[in-house]
Structures are given as C-alpha cells and as structure tokens.
Design a protein around this ligand. Sequence first.
Ligand code: PLP
Length: 441
Amino acid sequence: MDSADKRVNDDMAAYWMPFTPNKDFKANPRLLESADGIYYRTTDGRQVIDGSSGLWCCALGHNHPKVVEAIRKQAGELDYATAFQFGHPKAFELANMLRATMPGDLDHFFFTNSGSESVDTALKMALGYHRLRGEGQRTRFIGRFNGYHGVGFGGISVGGMVNNRKFFGAQLPGVDHLSFPYNADMRFSKGQPKDGADYANSLEEMIALHDASTIAAVIVEPVAGSAGVFIPPVGYLERLREITAKHGILLIFDEVITAFGRLGYATASERFGVVPDLITTAKALNNGSVPMGAVAVRKGIYDTYMDEMKAGIEFFHGYTYSAHPLAVAAAIATQKAYAEEGVYEHVRETEGYFADMVHGLSEAESVVDVRNLGFMSALTFAQIDGKVGSRSGKIFQRAFELGLKVRMSGDHIAIAPPLVTQKSDIDNIGEIMRKTISEIG
Ligand code: PLP
C-alpha cells in the first residue's frame, strides 16, 4: 500500500462497514456519490449502471421524482409520529393500498424498518398465533439450507448461510433446515427447473421426526436471492404449501427481494400461484428510499389476535420507527408509480429479452451455470485454484471499472437491474459483462 492509499485508509477507518471486507475496501474504495435513473455516479465522476438495483431495492431506478417529492413534502409536514398508541393517516392509507396487491386474504400489515425486522416479526407472530389457539407447544421453525432471512437472531437461526451463523453461538433452539432444492442437472435452466419438486418431500421427513404438533412455521424465500438466485423447481412451492396446510403449520414466504415487481408481479406468491400465511417484505416496498419493511398477514392470524386478546395490546411487538412518516410517504408514492407506470407489466414483457442476454453469457467457458426469472438472474463462475469467489471477485471488480455494478455472492454474480430498465440498457449490461468475462478469462 503506498502512502496515498494509507491516507485514504486512515480517513475511512472510523466507519465499520457491513458485509464488506473493510481492509480491502479501504485500500481500494468504490465510492458512489449520486444517482439518477438506472445510473450511479462515482466520486471520480464515472457513470455506472446499477445492475443490482442498489441492493435489490431501487425498482423504479434512483431519485424517482414522485418518490423524492413525497419524501420532501412529508419532511416538512410531519417528520415523526410514534406508532405506539398513536397513528398518522398515511399509515392506514398505505396498509389499504397494499391490501390490493397481496394474494388471497393476506390483508393486514405490520410495519417494520428492514427485511430482518420483518422476518423476526413474522416468526414472533407465528409463535403468538399458535399460543393463542391453545397450541403453545408449536415452537419449532423450519428454514432451509442457503436461506437468507436477514441478520437478527431469528433470521440467522432459520437462515442457512454458514458464515452468517457460525460466529454467533447456538441461536434459537428448535430450528431445523430443509435441503436446498437444486442440483447440477438444473444448471442453465431458463426460468424454473422442470424437475425437483420432490425436494419438498424432505419436509414430510422432518415432520415425521419432530411431530407436526411441535412445529410453528416453515420459512423459505420463494426464489433464493442472496445465496445466488436459485429458482424453485416447478411444483416445489406448491408441495410445501400442501404439506404445511395438511399439518397446521404456517408457511412464511420471505419476499424481501421478490415482492413488488422483481418477478413481474406484486409478489412471487402471485407469480407462482401459491398463497402462504405470511409474507415478509422490505426493499422495493418504497424503492429503498427510506428504511422500511412490512409483514403481510392472513386474516385468520390477525383475527386470532383480535379475538383471543380480549383487552389491551394484542401483539407485544413494534419498533420506534414502525410506519415512519417519511418511509410511508415514500411507499405510497412508490406503489402509485408501479401502477401508473406499468412497471410490473414492463418486467413481464421484457424478461424474455433479459433472459436471452444473461443466458447468452454462458458461451464463456468460465461460466458454469446461469439462472433467471423476471428481472433476477445470476451467473456462477468456475473457481481459480479452488478458492471460493476467486474468479467472481475479479468479475465484480472489473465490471465496476467498466461501468456496471453487479452483486457478488460466493462464486455467483447476480444481475438484477431496476425494473424500469429498457432493452437498450439490457444490451449495454450484456456488452459490459461480455467484455469483463473475456478480459478476466
Ligand atoms: N430476507 C431476505 C430474503 C433478504 O434478501 C434480505 C436482504 O437481502 C433480508 C431478509 C434482510 O433484509 P435487511 O437487510 O433489510 O434487514
């Protein structure tokens, strides 16, 4: 490291960055200064395509005028209102708007500030629901290998990504994990792999082992995002729904990434035609503009709390910033924009073109798998010298230098641009990726 780098490093030392190799970053920073539409601008004045929608959240692109205006106006009108024992009208308006977007009778909403909080909220809701129905012995949760459900203790317990768990002790007791529904035969599937629904049968085995009467809920991402974009085989989610319903176990879809258009519909649930009992959301709920999450809950769960808790607070849970006025105003503007601008329809119309672009990259020898659905995709790269992330790390860095920000997860590179991305932008993404892959080799 030369002296200039050392100085940069010193200036940057105070900020302990999340999910980042701090030392590497501070020696070679990637600093984003402003954004507009599908582009970021770096501190050294370069324009970079946001090929990961921020972190899966900026569905409308950046600084959408309607969202910016809503936040600006709200900040001057009502900056903060506690959600405990008080409310503000827009929170109710937003809940009513969201009701129209959710499948089945998921028509009640609890507001949080992040995906992690949505997950922990949903897990607690499930426990309380069973207890109120006289089945308080249902305390087990079943997650899945490679699942990502945020970083709260509940989320890492049901999650299945080793590095997110191994440093942090024993976590929640009574959690088991389904096997991951993917194998080498599914490589290069366009959309959903045709075979593999049988992976859901491992849930039957788990129920036989623990007994259904001890299990509160199963939680899965309908499409596994952070693990590297893995699409559920045809029939898999349907089978999970059948089995959980048969045994009185709640099914939670963690749609923090997939909710609000990523797959061309308001939810993955709608796309796959499978209705869970709870849906966790965040990210694109308000275009990632102000931290916010929401848990959508079936009527029967909400009614159980309302009926069984005869007086006083029905659910002892909430956050200082639940339904924060700025986040809510941004969410209302975002949700309106999705409808007014035909954003989900655009994804449905364009996803085939996007799929052709990403699968076209598979010609390179170093690309050992490609997966896609909606505006979600990932390439898997062969390792160099057997080291995880060795080639994908180079791809990630070089693509950024060439003007494209992608997301790296292990050996996978996810490409998931804003939902307003046009065909010509997809061409540009493809071109940068091709150049990157050929340079790295
Ligand atoms: N659940 C899923 C499926 C996610 O993809 C994420 C974040 O990527 C989370 C939960 C956690 O969300 P947050 O980082 O907002 O806490």
